[in-house]
Design a protein around this ligand. Structure first.
Ligand code: HEC
Length: 155
């Protein structure tokens, strides 16, 4: 191929792909911010992204008895599945198997209340402490220094 034809070929390819992109494959529809919001549930370590609301250990205890005790035992002391209260600190690393159960079946307030209940039962917060977007990020978990930060420069 002679070199003087190259710019013409590049130009033709460029125009061709530009035209194809503009036309698009005609799949899907543009998504509105309001449609994205329910799926945008990431929460930062400093609490940014936590939803409004709150809950106390007493409220959480009632929800726990209805929705959790069947598997985790009365007061979370262990049943057919893991004890959530009083266990030894994690020792087997992050590879412990975890199971997801009915994601999104609890309201934000129920999650705050259950979190308050389990933290209070484990004596990590007081029994009357409410968990909400301000108080939750301030809880100091006992194993907080036991994690390896994979990308320290990204914090
Ligand atoms: C149908 C049975 C079942 C129900 C109901 C259930 N869980 Fe679980 N839960 C499990 C299983 C199985 C695991 C995984 C245990 C493991 O990793 O060893 C788990 C793990 C957990 C863990 C992590 C435990 C850990 O040591 O890391 C928490 C916290 C938890 N569940 C809380 C709850 C709460 C709160 C509720 C009620 C809203 C609930 N679970 C309802 C079966 C259940």
């Amino acid at each position: 191929m002679s070199t003087h034809k190259l710019p013409a070929i590049v130009l033709a390819l460029g125009l061709g792909s530009g035209a194809a992109f503009a036309a698009g494959p005609n799949l899907g529809t543009p998504i509105e911010p309001g449609e994205i919001a329910p799926w945008d549930i990431s929460i930062q370590p400093d609490g940014t992204g936590l939803p409004m609301g709150g809950g106390t250990p007493a409220q959480g205890a009632r929800i726990f008895a209805q929705k959790c005790a069947l598997c985790h035992g009365e007061n979370g002391k262990g049943g057919p599945f893991a004890a959530l209260v009083g266990g030894a600190p994690l020792a087997s690393g992050i590879d412990t198997p975890k199971t997801r159960q009915q994601p999104r079946s609890l309201t934000d307030n129920e999650v705050y209340a259950l979190t308050a209940y389990i933290l209070a039962e484990n004596k990590l917060i007081g029994e009357n402490d409410s968990m909400n977007p301000e108080t939750l990020p301030k809880v100091r978990m006992p194993n907080r220094d036991g994690f390896i930060i994979r990308f320290p420069d990204k914090i």
